[in-house]
Design a protein around this ligand. Structure first.
Ligand SMILES: [Zn+2]
Length: 105
Protein backbone atom coordinates (compact mmCIF):
# COMPACT_ATOMS: atom_id res chain seq x y z
CA UNK A 1 0.00 0.00 0.00
CA UNK A 2 1.15 3.52 -0.77
CA UNK A 3 1.98 5.98 1.99
CA UNK A 4 -1.16 7.65 3.31
CA UNK A 5 -1.50 11.46 3.28
CA UNK A 6 -1.11 13.33 6.57
CA UNK A 7 -4.69 14.55 6.37
CA UNK A 8 -6.83 11.52 5.51
CA UNK A 9 -8.81 11.79 2.32
CA UNK A 10 -12.59 11.42 2.48
CA UNK A 11 -13.72 7.83 1.91
CA UNK A 12 -16.05 8.88 -0.85
CA UNK A 13 -18.37 11.45 -2.32
CA UNK A 14 -21.72 11.78 -4.06
CA UNK A 15 -22.35 12.98 -7.59
CA UNK A 16 -25.87 13.10 -9.00
CA UNK A 17 -27.13 10.76 -6.30
CA UNK A 18 -24.42 8.16 -6.94
CA UNK A 19 -22.04 7.12 -4.14
CA UNK A 20 -18.43 6.98 -5.26
CA UNK A 21 -15.40 5.68 -3.42
CA UNK A 22 -12.15 7.63 -3.03
CA UNK A 23 -9.20 5.41 -2.20
CA UNK A 24 -5.44 5.41 -1.94
CA UNK A 25 -4.06 3.32 -4.79
CA UNK A 26 -2.43 0.01 -4.01
CA UNK A 27 1.14 -0.52 -5.18
CA UNK A 28 1.11 -1.06 -8.96
CA UNK A 29 -2.58 -0.15 -9.31
CA UNK A 30 -1.82 3.00 -11.33
CA UNK A 31 0.19 3.45 -14.46
CA UNK A 32 3.58 4.71 -13.29
CA UNK A 33 3.08 8.21 -14.74
CA UNK A 34 -0.42 8.65 -13.33
CA UNK A 35 -1.34 10.17 -9.96
CA UNK A 36 -4.95 9.04 -10.15
CA UNK A 37 -7.51 7.03 -12.07
CA UNK A 38 -11.28 6.93 -12.34
CA UNK A 39 -13.01 3.56 -12.50
CA UNK A 40 -16.44 4.32 -13.92
CA UNK A 41 -17.53 0.67 -13.69
CA UNK A 42 -16.67 0.46 -9.98
CA UNK A 43 -17.77 4.01 -9.07
CA UNK A 44 -14.43 4.82 -7.52
CA UNK A 45 -11.42 7.07 -7.84
CA UNK A 46 -7.97 5.90 -6.77
CA UNK A 47 -5.14 8.33 -6.11
CA UNK A 48 -1.44 8.20 -5.32
CA UNK A 49 -0.54 10.57 -2.45
CA UNK A 50 3.18 10.26 -3.19
CA UNK A 51 3.38 13.65 -4.91
CA UNK A 52 2.37 15.60 -1.81
CA UNK A 53 -0.75 17.27 -0.51
CA UNK A 54 -1.26 19.88 -3.25
CA UNK A 55 -0.80 17.42 -6.10
CA UNK A 56 -3.11 14.96 -4.34
CA UNK A 57 -5.89 17.55 -4.08
CA UNK A 58 -5.43 18.64 -7.69
CA UNK A 59 -5.55 14.99 -8.71
CA UNK A 60 -8.80 14.42 -6.83
CA UNK A 61 -10.29 17.48 -8.57
CA UNK A 62 -8.98 16.21 -11.91
CA UNK A 63 -10.60 12.81 -11.40
CA UNK A 64 -13.85 14.41 -10.18
CA UNK A 65 -13.92 16.39 -13.41
CA UNK A 66 -13.56 13.11 -15.33
CA UNK A 67 -16.68 11.86 -13.54
CA UNK A 68 -18.58 15.10 -14.31
CA UNK A 69 -17.35 14.96 -17.90
CA UNK A 70 -18.53 11.36 -18.21
CA UNK A 71 -21.96 12.07 -16.72
CA UNK A 72 -22.41 15.25 -18.75
CA UNK A 73 -20.86 14.00 -21.99
CA UNK A 74 -18.79 17.17 -22.21
CA UNK A 75 -16.01 15.32 -24.05
CA UNK A 76 -13.23 17.19 -22.24
CA UNK A 77 -9.71 16.35 -23.35
CA UNK A 78 -7.15 15.25 -20.78
CA UNK A 79 -5.43 18.62 -21.16
CA UNK A 80 -8.63 20.60 -20.58
CA UNK A 81 -9.50 18.42 -17.60
CA UNK A 82 -6.09 19.12 -16.13
CA UNK A 83 -6.32 22.88 -16.79
CA UNK A 84 -9.79 23.08 -15.22
CA UNK A 85 -8.65 21.16 -12.13
CA UNK A 86 -5.58 23.36 -11.69
CA UNK A 87 -7.55 26.59 -12.18
CA UNK A 88 -10.35 25.53 -9.84
CA UNK A 89 -7.81 24.56 -7.20
CA UNK A 90 -5.95 27.88 -7.57
CA UNK A 91 -9.14 29.96 -7.37
CA UNK A 92 -10.36 28.06 -4.31
CA UNK A 93 -7.01 28.32 -2.51
CA UNK A 94 -6.78 32.06 -3.23
CA UNK A 95 -10.36 32.72 -2.11
CA UNK A 96 -11.13 31.05 1.22
CA UNK A 97 -13.91 33.57 2.02
CA UNK A 98 -15.59 32.84 -1.30
CA UNK A 99 -15.31 29.08 -0.68
CA UNK A 100 -16.73 29.45 2.82
CA UNK A 101 -19.64 31.46 1.43
CA UNK A 102 -20.18 28.93 -1.38
CA UNK A 103 -19.82 25.75 0.66
CA UNK A 104 -20.25 26.76 4.30
CA UNK A 105 -18.04 25.39 7.00
ZN1 LIG B 1 -7.18 12.42 -16.46
Amino acid sequence: MKEKPIIPIPEGFRICGEDWGLEIAEEGQLEHKDWGATHFDKFKIVVDPGGGDVLLKKTVLHELLHVIDHLSQLKLTERRTDLLANWLYAVMVDNPKLCKWLFGG
